[in-house]
Design a protein around this ligand. Sequence first.
Ligand code: FAD
Length: 364
Amino acid sequence: MEKIDMAIIGAGVVGLAIARELAKNSSRTIAVLESHPRFGRETSSRNSEVIHSGLYYPSSMLKTRLCLEGNRLLYDFCRDLGVKHFATGKLVISGNKEDEDQLEVLIRQARANDVAVEPLNKIQIKHLEPLVKAGSGFLVPSTGIIDSHELMQALYYLARESQVFFLFHTPLLNVQYDGKAYLLETPREQIKAEVLVNAAGLGAPRVAAMLGLDIDRCGYRLHPCKGEYFKIQRRFPVKHLVYPLPGPMSLGIHLTIDTGGGLRLGPNAFYVEDIDYMVNEEHRREFFQAAVQYLPFIELDDLTPDFAGIRPKLQGPGEEPRDFVICEETDRGRPGLINLVGIESPGLTSSLAIGRYVKKMLDG
Ligand SMILES: Cc1cc2nc3c(=O)[nH]c(=O)nc-3n(C[C@H](O)[C@H](O)[C@H](O)COP(=O)(O)OP(=O)(O)OC[C@H]3O[C@@H](n4cnc5c(N)ncnc54)[C@H](O)[C@@H]3O)c2cc1C
């Protein structure tokens, strides 16, 4: 049996950021277990790749604090390591007078969170983005886009340089706590670790359940929520990300620019039972109708299915949004276990801040 100090389950962007942070200036032995043959094959490579500003949620929420810190850390990290990114800024817009109250609420929330925003009228929006149709809105300069694969690649190399072992093709099958350490069962070997970090994304409740935690009592049950994307085939000169007003389950079908300059619409949001990443072509019209409101230049035939991701949502149908769960489980009889559950958007933006948060939790 291999004995190590720390095991991390999951090599998504969150597991990678935690591994890199825990290994920095440390002699601890750390292993990352990942079912797939490579890092970042699930949610971390199936998202909008937006560096969020942290404007949408109340200041008291952990996801707000981690997003604000993560935004700054991510821009610095990208500059220092040459990870492809662009500080595009984003426009949040409304089409009609009735929505202006909601815009006001968002502007107030942004300011309460210390996120700089610039309110804009119709003419100012036309000046910034001549192709976009909107009644009013605001600009968020700190929003940007990132190549998530390059980010994960950089985190992976940094962690490996700090002697983190990556065990790919290695699903965690079971795990037990013997009162002192965690005994991890994998198809290849048994591993004993004093600290266990569960960063398994959609698989996190399953890992928690392996350790005897009742996921319903803990509030760890996930409600997977799919988001599909459609590509806009033709190129148009749009410089900012463009977001409509958010809905109860998501930020709405928005326009993002990928780091190659292509335009993409999405994601929509609907709850699913199974994890499958197919894009339903029949949703093309739904995307077109949502986007043509503010992008009158697009035509139905411009849209082609791109990809889909699945949000690890704690918020069930009809429920209020939930915060990230990052919990050290001593109170539940599992000292040294940290569960990360419900790390949906803005988890990519927050990843470096989550790494620091977990390190502080373990040091503290
Ligand atoms: C549609 C969509 C759009 C989004 N847009 C944005 C955005 O624009 N900006 C932003 O900041 N965030 C965004 N997010 C959120 C962001 O993508 C996630 O918060 C982030 O990728 C979560 O990373 P993770 O490492 O926790 O999960 P994952 O990437 O899912 O990684 C978990 C890993 O654990 C592995 N695993 C699971 N179970 C086991 C096991 N038993 N044994 C071994 N390995 C296991 C999986 O294979 C996987 O690789 C979006 C998410 C979605 C779905």
